[in-house]
Design a protein around this ligand. Sequence first.
Ligand code: G1P
Length: 289
Amino acid sequence: MSKKIRKAVIPVAGLGTRFLPYTKAIPKEMLPIIDVPSIHIIIEEALAAGIDSVLFVTTREKHSLQDYFDKHHQLENIIEKEDKKELREQLDRIPHNFKIYSVRQIEARGLGDAIYHAKDYINPDEHFAVFLPDDLIISKVPVMKQMVKVYDEFKRTVVAVERVPKNKVSSYGIIKAKKIRERIYAAEDMQEKPPLKEAFSNLGIVGRYILPGTIFENIAKTKPGVKGEIQITDAIKMLTPGVIGYEFEGLRCDTGNKFGYIQTVLRYAAMDKNMKGDLKKEVKKLFNL
Ligand code: G1P
């Protein structure tokens, strides 16, 4: 099982209830991070890691995700006829050099079940990447690229981890970790959303995984866990010890809640040289700083 990682599975079947009423008509993965939807940033990270094929595990009302990466013929015609260079440049920011597949998750039975829908897409002898699109990670080297490097060295399942505050431990998958070297841990066990007093550590799993094609056998054996759902953490736990926890280099942004989303947009705006100065002035003014 040492082939190159080429495929990504991206679960996008969540209803985004934290962002209602907005998400009644527009998928949360299409929330704008200034002028691109968050899924655009996820796909760029995937492509930077060498991935060229993506499976969306999707649900009804999510077709805009696939439309976004399609060519828009009407716009293309206008641009060509009227030689609109600026529009061309903007549209060319959208990545196209990958294949998109989709499969529907009919019932919301948990993240493990969502990933199980990729069973026919992944060969049993290949590893694949999983991206949870709520997590955007700002980093010099895209995080999945960092993880592929770790995978290339260890040829094992890799989960991204970071230290989480104690009061947030019960919101994450948690690993029992033995440090191998800087940023690299042997995950000896794991637990999904444990109460703080039962937690192995505060090393929380973040939404990036490199999983083996055999994970589907484990998911099939996984009983409903936290919230009565099939949890991917419980399936990966069956592979421990032998799983690597990788403490990535980067700043994780959790777009899955309102404050985290605003924080994410501000962080991206603060990196934009055309906006940075005005943003700083505005924030100072807003809070009388
Ligand atoms: C999921 C996983 C959890 C992981 C988290 C990272 O939980 O089940 O193990 O730590 O993503 O964002 P969710 O946030 O979907 O409840």
